[in-house]
Design a protein around this ligand. Structure first.
Ligand SMILES: C[S@@+](CC[C@H](N)C(=O)[O-])C[C@H]1O[C@@H](n2cnc3c(N)ncnc32)[C@H](O)[C@@H]1O
Length: 319
C-alpha cells in the first residue's frame, strides 16, 4: 500500500498572502455588500473556504489557516492512491472519493473564479423578488454566486434552489447552503419537467447551468441539451427576463464549418439546425461569459496565478 502512496504537491496550494482572512460566513457577508470589491483573490478564497466547509461541516465558522486549506487540498488530490496525510482517516478519504467529481469542479480555482466573476458582472432586471435556479448544483458554489449577485443588487432574501442528481452530493450541498442561509439544494433529475413543478411563483431572475461537456466532446455526453429542453418546457415565459450562466453556448460540426448559437432566445437549442444533424450530435466549442466568447477549455486562462504552480495540474480539471 505504501508503494501507492504519493506526496501531495509541494508548498502551499495558493500563493502565500492570497487568502482573505476570516471565516466563510464573514467573507460571504463582505462580498454580499453592494459595491464591495470582488477581486479574483477574494473569489478564490471563497472557493477554498467553501471547499473546506463542504468537507468539514463542523468547522463552518472557523478561520482556517492556509496550511489547513493546503492540507485538505493535498488529501483531496491524493484521495485515490492515498498519502501520509490520509493515514488512519478512512472516513475522510471515503468522503473525498464519493464527492470527488463535485469537489474537483469547485477547486479548479481559475475556472470557478472566472464563472463567479462573470456571474457577478450581470445586471439584473428590476423585479420584486429574486428567484434563482442552479442546475447541476454540485457543491452549490454557483448558488453562492447567485446569492452574492442578488444581495449586491439589493435583494435581501433571495430564494435560491439548486438541483443535483447525486443524492449524497445534493444532501451535503443542501445542508451547507442551508447552514449558510443561502438556499436549498434538491435531489432531482433536472432533465425531467417534473423537477420544476413546485417552484415558488413568479419570474426567474437567474439560472446557472454548468452541465456542459468538455471542449470538442459531443453535446449529448452531458445533459445540458436535455436539461434546457425540460427547463424551458416547464418554465417558458417565467424565464423571459432571467440572466443565464453561461450566457450562451457555441457548438459546431466536427470540422467547424457550421455553427449553432445556443442562447436563452432559442431555449439553448440553436436556430435552424438541419434535421439530419440533431443538436445532441454537435461538438462543444465556446461559451459566452460576461459578454465574451471563449473556447470552453480557455475559461480561467488568465487566472492561473490563483493556484501555486505545482498544484495546477491536479486542481485545474473542470472541462
Ligand atoms: C460540472 S458539475 C458542476 C457543479 C457546480 N454547478 C459547479 O459549477 O461547480 C455538474 C453537476 O451536475 C450534476 N448533474 C448531472 N446531470 C444532472 C441531472 N440530470 N440533474 C441534476 N444534476 C445533474 C452532476 O452530478 C454534477 O454535480
Amino acid at each position: 500500500m505504501q508503494l501507492l502512496e504519493r506526496k501531495p504537491p509541494p508548498g502551499l496550494v495558493v500563493p502565500a498572502g492570497m487568502v482573505v482572512p476570516g471565516s466563510l460566513p464573514l467573507l460571504i457577508e463582505t462580498l454580499a455588500c453592494p459595491g464591495s470589491p470582488v477581486a479574483p483573490e477574494a473569489l478564490a478564497s471563497l472557493c477554498l473556504k467553501y471547499f473546506y466547509a463542504y468537507v468539514h461541516s463542523e468547522q463552518l465558522d472557523a478561520d482556517v489557516s492556509l496550511e489547513g486549506l493546503t492540507e485538505l487540498a493535498g488529501q483531496f488530490v491524493r484521495r485515490r492512491g492515498g498519502c501520509a496525510q490520509l493515514a488512519g482517516k478512512s472516513e475522510l478519504r471515503r468522503f473525498l472519493l464519493h464527492h470527488g467529481f463535485a469537489l474537483q469542479m469547485l477547486v479548479d480555482l481559475p475556472k470557478t473564479v472566472h464563472l463567479l466573476a462573470a456571474l457577478l458582472e450581470r445586471k439584473l432586471p428590476v423585479a420584486e423578488a429574486f428567484l434563482g435556479l442552479d442546475i447541476g448544483a454540485g457543491t452549490g458554489i454557483l448558488l453562492v454566486g447567485q446569492y452574492l449577485l442578488a444581495r449586491r443588487a439589493g435583494y435581501d432574501s433571495p430564494i435560491l434552489i439548486g438541483f443535483e442528481c447525486q443524492p449524497h452530493v445534493a444532501r451535503r450541498a443542501d445542508s451547507l447552503a442551508s447552514a449558510l442561509g443561502i438556499g436549498r439544494v434538491r435531489q432531482a433529475d433536472a432533465t425531467r419537467k417534473e423537477a420544476y413543478v413546485d417552484l415558488p411563483d413568479g419570474p426567474v431572475a437567474c439560472v446557472t447551468n454548468e452541465t456542459l461537456p468538455s471542449a470538442g466532446r459531443r453535446l449529448y455526453k452531458e445533459p445540458f441539451p436535455v436539461i434546457c429542453e425540460a427547463l424551458f418546457a416547464a418554465l417558458g415565459p417565467r424565464l423571459a427576463n432571467a440572466v443565464f450562466l453561461p450566457e450562451a453556448v457555441w457548438a459546431s460540426d466536427r470540422p467547424g464549418r457550421s455553427w449553432l448559437h445556443l442562447t436563452p432566445h432559442n431555449a439553448f437549442a440553436g436556430d435552424g439546425q438541419r434535421p439530419d444533424k440533431p443538436l445532441r450530435l454537435a461538438f462543444m466549442r465556446d461559451v459566452e461569459l460576461a459578454g465574451e466568447r471563449i473556447p470552453v477549455d480557455r475559461v480561467g486562462e488568465g487566472l492561473a496565478e490563483l493556484v501555486a504552480p505545482p498544484w495546477r495540474e491536479s486542481l485545474c480539471r473542470r472541462w
